[in-house]
Design a protein. Sequence first.
Length: 228
Amino acid sequence: MVNGINLFSNIANSSINTQNKCGCCCEKNSSFDELMLNLVLTLLDEENYNLVSNLSDAVRKKQQENSIVEERNLGLETINSSQNLKKVSVTASDKDTKSEIESAVKIASSKYGIDENLIKAVIKVESDFNPNCVSSAGAKGLMQLMPCNIKDLGVKNPFDIKENIDAGTRHLKEYIDKYHGNIEMGLMAYNGGPTRMVKRGVRSVNDIYKMPKETQNYVPKVMKYYRA
């Protein structure tokens, strides 16, 4: 019986002190450990009951602590994140253009409730602050609006700084709202399209590997500038 107690003591201590390789407490393994401990409790005499009971309580406590840490680590970025202490610098070719972009970003941010730094991060990746940028796919302006979006958003001149940033920010806001405030999912839709996401079974940020390479690179790149 003593050897059995030592064995289960080692199991319990291992459960308390280890986590799985992904950095979070493995729910399936934790449930198994707790089940084993409860099973042992029913087989013990009174002399050894308290020892294993205390170990069981320790396991449960550690599971709760790991659960709290995991929830914190998995917290998603929100629209008005206060963690962005540094700002993306507008690198337009001349002072007037730079000033106009700064002003348009500030107005759009206030109007749609999107962090200024996120708007600038999108512009940085999309056009590198070139108002006259045109992609091979036909996307135009600072926030690279596609022809279909230009029409749907009622944009008259996609190369107009204020109009492009206003429409692009509104479009981004729609996607972020669609995915319940999840910025990364919103960016995935902005670049790769929500229809493609549905067709490819993208249900969370973890499914980004199902999207084209361009989108897989786009989202972390924007987030890098946003969080810088």
